[in-house]
Design a protein around this ligand. Structure first.
Ligand code: NAD
Ligand code: DAU
Length: 348
């Protein structure tokens, strides 16, 4: 049995990846390492917690000694690294937290993997899950490809760009077998309600204002989280060493158009009059350094590994809305306590 380490598996995307690996690969033992920050939640993976091929490890990737100890104890043969500080707005108020986790934490994992594997890299793989935000902002035209120059604008994207560079540097310098993916905006179940889609679903449910930054004419490319998990599975198993793959939904939306679609769907689902939820839309102060447009060219992963999204945005969004309305207890639990302090600070 192979021991595989997944970091950040109690978070949004990580929980979907852990679930997929635990249920699909009984030949692996999956170790899920997560510090359980505000974004990590054991409720997200409750359904697989008793699986015989699963172990949860609570710990911080910034803690070098702890990381070295678990690599030595469990002799991991593969690493899927998702643990990160992931929210752009929080990176603006506390950039150092992003350097600690996203840069130093990634370095600790890279060093531990290199030291454990250095005598025999065969069959080993370090997979860094990253973001399209490292490429900076597009104008009205064009797409990010794997050769687009890095040009990060937020402390979050600068920290992810830095960790991407270190992963590649370890590949070039020490021969560490790695793969890297840069993905667009995910949405779906277990998404923490400080990001656009779950925040707005929660606010619509509670008849609270929908804070649209600036004029709302910012574009993002949205991908259903389960389709991202499928792509991650494919790249981990079939991607080529030392390669990068862009992952995206072929699905660009201006924020304001997406918000109006979401409002219409919520009206329908909640039995509200047409246009009721859209009345909650409130234009607020823009995000500093707000990137205008992200759009991914995902043709490489499509041509080389045969991946493409399996659901349309309409289907994925409907599933997501249904999930939040059926999981009000989850939503209530994560929006109690610390959440209200964050919300007050960000939107007051
Ligand atoms: P998330 O914020 O929902 O989850 C992050 C997880 O990492 C949480 O469980 C948290 O507890 C854990 N974590 C944070 N700091 C840690 C530390 N120091 N040690 C151990 N665990 C720690 O994030 P997400 O949205 O699921 O993103 C997962 C990864 O995917 C990140 O690397 C992110 O950069 C990348 N990504 C996210 C998106 C997106 O749209 N959400 C898109 C592309 C790439
Ligand atoms: O592109 C991939 C990235 O997508 C990931 O790397 C990040 O981890 C993830 O958080 C996400 O970053 P964004 O900044 O694009 O996501 P967010 O949901 O915070 O914002 C989406 C858009 O909506 C963005 O243009 C800002 C806007 N927005 C967001 C919030 C929270 C608002 O207008 N109002 C809001 O209250």
């Amino acid at each position: 049995m192979k021991n595989i380490l997944i970091t950040g598996g109690a978070g949004f995307i990580g929980s979907h990846v852990v679930r997929r690996f635990v249920t699909r690969y009984p030949q692996y033992h999956i170790y899920n390492l997560d510090a359980l920050t505000y974004a990590g939640n054991l409720e997200n993976i409750k359904d697989i917690q008793d699986a015989p091929n699963y172990t949860f490890l609570k710990g911080d990737i910034v803690d070098e000694q702890f990381i070295n100890e678990i690599f030595s104890k469990y002799q991991f043969e593969g690493v899927l690294h998702l643990a990160a500080e992931s929210h752009v707005d929080r990176s603006i108020t506390d950039p150092l937290a992003f350097v600690r986790t996203n840069v130093i934490g990634t370095m600790n994992l890279l060093n531990a993997a290199k030291n454990l594997w250095k005598d025999n890299f065969d069959g080993k793989r370090f997979y860094h899950i990253s973001t399209d935000e490292v490429y900076g902002s597009l104008g009205a035209e064009g797409l990010f490809t794997e050769t687009t120059a890095y040009d990060p604008n937020s402390p979050y994207s600068a920290s992810k760009a830095s960790s991407d560079h270190f992963v590649r540097a370890y590949g070039e310098t020490y021969g560490l077998p790695y793969v890297l993916t840069n993905c667009s905006n995910n949405y779906g179940s277990f998404h923490f309600p400080e990001k656009l889609i779950p925040l707005f679903i929660n606010n619509i449910i509670n008849n609270k204002p929908l804070p649209v930054y600036g004029d709302g004419n910012y574009t993002r490319d949205w991908l259903y989280v389960k389709d991202h998990a499928v792509a991650i599975d494919l790249v981990f198993h079939e991607g080529k060493n030392h390669e990068t793959y862009n992952i995206g939904g072929f699905n660009e939306w201006k924020n304001i158009d997406l918000v109006k679609l979401l409002c219409a769907k919520m009206d329908e689902k909640l039995g509200r009059a047409e246009g009721e939820s859209a009345k909650l839309i409130t234009y607020v102060k823009d995000r500093p350094g707000h990137d205008l447009r992200y759009a991914i060219d995902a043709s490489k992963i499509n041509k080389e590994l045969g991946w493409k999204p399996s659901v349309t945005f309409e289907e994925g969004l409907q599933e997501t809305i249904n999930w939040y309305l059926e999981n009000t207890e989850w939503l209530n639990n994560v929006t109690s306590g610390e959440y209200s302090k964050y919300y007050e600070k960000q939107y007051s």
